[in-house]
Design a binder for this molecule. Structure first.
Ligand SMILES: NC(=O)c1ccc[n+]([C@@H]2O[C@H](COP(=O)([O-])OP(=O)(O)OC[C@H]3O[C@@H](n4cnc5c(N)ncnc54)[C@H](OP(=O)(O)O)[C@@H]3O)[C@@H](O)[C@H]2O)c1
Length: 270
């Protein structure tokens, strides 16, 4: 029998509180933030109230981006500043991370691609991709998490992996190897730091229109392969990653760690 509540009891019924999607007063670092997915992540976090440090190699590009974000957020709490960081250079990573105040959010996004059939892969390209996508991202997460632990800070680590961290792709043996590896350390780190309240996840986009994918998306053969795989029948835009980044950075995802958020239009569904 259902329990019938009188009007007073109905009024007093305690509803759950919707967790906040705001990241107001949070301090975030986004690497690879001067364009593409990283820039969109930085804008999304600033729009949601965070103070965001945009990092990459080119200071000129970063300053243009940070200035535009600050202009847009002028009336609200969102802020942006810049940091030179080369994810391929351990010394640059160490000095850049050491220069930062306590962080709540890391979007570990800097990444590159060098595509070729595996039998044709130039091993210098292999080293270059691994150095940024795997070693660099690992090193940055390691230092940021070490600082969070030392400061007793809870936080959210979000690494831009890829759908290619879960499946294979044509000419993508090196890229897939780098992103599958990111998926591995993400889970291991989540186990290590869960008790300290630090969450560790990846976002896994499909093909998103950015400077990185321009040549692939201009190739009709590749385009028909891509269109045949994306169930929602369109290429991704950088706006598609903005909601997922804010979600994973905010308390709205408080019980989510050690996993991947697919942003793939259904590619990996089958
Ligand atoms: N676009 C896609 O379809 C797609 C799909 C899945 C995953 N992803 C991943 O998403 C991330 C961003 O991709 P994107 O498409 O936005 O690329 P993008 O348009 O080429 O932008 C790359 C960003 O990373 C920076 N960067 C490159 N090398 C760096 C280094 N050594 N150290 C620091 N920053 C560096 C670039 O600035 P500087 O050159 O000034 O350093 C730029 O800000 C990558 O990890 C990529 O693997 C992309």
């Amino acid at each position: 029998m259902p329990v019938l509540l009188n009007p007073y009891e109905r009024l007093m019924m305690k509803l759950p509180t919707t967790p906040s999607f705001s990241v107001e007063n949070k301090r975030a670092l986004v690497t690879g933030a001067s364009r593409g997915i990283g820039l969109a992540a930085a804008v999304a976090l600033a729009d949601a109230g965070a103070h965001v440090t945009l990092a990459a190699r080119s200071l000129d590009d970063l300053e243009v981006a940070a200035e535009a974000i600050c202009k847009r957020c002028a009336e609200g709490p969102g802020r942006a500043d810049t940091l030179i960081l080369d994810a391929a250079d351990p010394a640059s990573i160490e000095s850049a991370i050491a220069s930062l105040p306590a962080l709540d959010i890391l979007v570990n996004n800097a990444g590159i691609a060098r595509h070729a059939a595996m039998v044709d892969v130039d091993m210098d390209d292999f080293d270059a991709v691994m150095n940024v996508n795997l070693r660099g991202a690992f090193h940055i997460a390691k230092l940021v998490v070490a600082a969070m632990l030392a400061q007793g800070k809870k936080g959210s680590i979000i690494t831009t992996s890829s759908q290619m961290g879960h499946i294979g792709g044509v000419d993508r043996s090196v890229y897939c190897a780098s992103k599958f590896a990111v998926e591995g350390w993400t889970r291991a780190l989540a186990i290590e730091v869960g008790k300290s309240g630090i969450r560790v996840n990846t976002i896994c986009p499909t093909f998103i229109a950015t400077p990185l994918t321009e040549s692939t998306l201009n190739d009709p053969d590749r385009m028909s392969w891509i269109r045949s795989k994306i169930k929602l029948d369109r290429i991704g835009e950088v706006e598609d990653i903005m909601g997922p980044v804010v979600f994973l950075a905010s308390d709205a995802s408080a019980l989510i760690t050690g996993t991947s958020l697919m942003i793939d239009g259904g590619w990996t569904a089958g």
